[in-house]
Design a protein around this ligand. Structure first.
Ligand code: GDP
Length: 439
């Protein structure tokens, strides 16, 4: 995902990275390239100009011309600004109410039904009682599609194939949830190929009658600025709470992801990167910015793997993360789990430095081999305590795994970064800062 944008940004940074001596002319040229990359990615021109103006100011403020690593510092500034552009902090969904109602809206084909299933599956894994509701009264196939998904993830689907009134179906679903002890009702609504009055009115009526605590608008990210405009139109009518961006796996440009927050003033809450039920991530602006800049997103990767684990294993790993004891054996276990999850290329793109390196490669499960080989060449002690891996041990591991010392170094460095991030996240969670954001 975002391959084109990544490429162009990397090219832009090359001007700074390669230079021994940097002048303000280089900085200006790089900033201009960044702006061009953003516009090419379908980011609104005004937004692109504002952000690059700020990037240049920050670059001057932080005296990057005389800093030790001007290239890296510049990338960091861009990372901060992209994070800000996409909303700064992550925002969770609101599931207040008994039952809480989550309303899913969007155009036909945007991925609403698939997302409804994914969200139900995610909430179920968190131990919640969920009811899916099929409110598409125009396409019987949509009801069947939701039923198939429901069966697959083990979540009940409420439907009334004979009833042509979506509002009453939604109301009946809520009553059914109350009776059957379900705490969350996900209402999948009908979509049309383009924004139309009947659809809008219907979703509005459902909103008025079942009072959702959360309205999520689902949109296909590949449609770029169209996605942004549709979001704007829906928001004016529905005043939704958050956006779900789908099909990011096929989005090379990233314009919707980068502009929606700024233009619509509503946060992106989830991103979908494939057809499989596991291909859903909470949206974290900082992680996404890192991913766009090819810095990877190890935390999302680990989270995704955790979802694939059974509950006991997930608990065990969580406890280790909390105690800052997550080790190479755990990492290896997760990689092996990921291999079973499909869409490996996108997953590997989450590993720092891998995004741009793999874009032209045919990736399959073989691609994990070097990482696995490196970890397997470590002794048990080394896996549990990577700090003891000194120069001579690295040499031995590289020889044993048929890799280079540089590869071993990179893996250890990235693993270290990952542990630091995990520690930071846990501290934040402990302090209650993330307590509210449901993940
Ligand atoms: P709806 O009409 O809005 O309910 O859309 P669907 O959920 O039926 O999705 C339309 C098509 O897009 C289906 O073929 C899905 O499998 C596919 N789809 C949904 N989300 C994603 C995604 O994140 N990535 C990819 N590649 N396909 C997706």
């Amino acid at each position: 995902m975002f391959e084109n944008l990544q490429d162009k940004l990397n090219n832009a940074f090359r001007t700074l990275k390669g230079k021994d001596r940097i002048s303000d002319i280089n900085v200006a040229a790089t900033t201009k390239e960044v702006r061009k990359a953003l516009v090419d990615a379908d980011v609104n021109f005004k937004v692109a100009k504002e952000i690059t103006d700020r990037i240049r100011e920050k670059a001057i403020d932080r005296k990057i011309l005389i800093s030790v690593e001007p290239g890296q510092m510049f990338v960091k500034i861009v990372q901060e600004e992209l994070t800000e552009l996409m909303g700064g902090n992550a925002e969770g969904i609101n599931i207040k109410g008994d039952p809480a109602v989550i309303l899913i809206a969007g155009l036909q084909g945007s991925g609403k039904t698939t997302f409804s299933g994914k969200l139900a599956s995610l909430l179920k894994k968190q131990g919640r009682q969920v009811l899916l509701t099929a409110c598409d009264v125009y396409r019987p196939a949509a009801i069947d599609q939701l039923k198939v998904l429901g069966e697959q993830i083990g979540v009940e689907v409420y439907s009334e194939p004979e009833n042509k009134n979506a509002v009453s179906i939604a109301q009946n679903a809520v009553s059914h949830a109350k009776k059957s002890g379900k705490k969350i009702v996900i209402v999948d609504t009908a979509g049309r190929l383009a924004v139309d009055e009947v659809m809008m009115k219907e979703v509005e009526d459902i909103k008025t009658s079942v009072k959702p605590s959360e309205i999520l608008f689902v949109v296909d990210s590949m449609t770029g600025q169209d996605a942004v405009n549709t979001a704007k139109t829906f928001n004016e009518r529905l005043d939704f709470d958050g956006v779900v961006l789908t099909k990011l796996d096929g989005d090379a440009r990233g314009g919707a992801a980068l502009s929606i927050r700024q233009v619509v003033e509503k946060p992106i809450k989830y991103i979908s990167t494939g057809e499989k039920m596991e291909a859903l991530d909470s949206f974290y602006p900082d992680r996404m910015a890192s991913r766009i800049l090819g810095m990877g997103d190890v935390i999302s990767l680990v989270e995704r793997a955790q979802q694939a684990f059974d509950e006991d294993e997930a608990k065990r790993i969580n406890a280790k993360m909390r105690q800052n004891k997550f080790d190479f054996d755990d990492f290896l276990g997760q990689l092996q789990q990921i291999k079973k999850m499909g869409n490996v290329k996108d997953l590997i793109g989450m590993i720092p430095g891998m995004g741009s390196a793999i874009k032209n490669l045919d990736i399959d499960n073989e691609s994990f081999k070097p990482i696995e080989a490196i970890i397997q060449s470590m002794t048990k002690k080394e896996r549990e305590n990577p700090d003891i891996i000194d120069g001579s041990r690295k040499k031995r591991i590289a020889a044993g795994s048929g890799t280079t010392i540089l590869q071993v170094n990179n893996l250890i460095k990235q693993f270290d970064e990952m542990r630091k991030m995990m520690k930071k996240m846990n501290t934040m969670q402990a302090a209650g800062k993330l307590g509210k954001a449901m993940r």
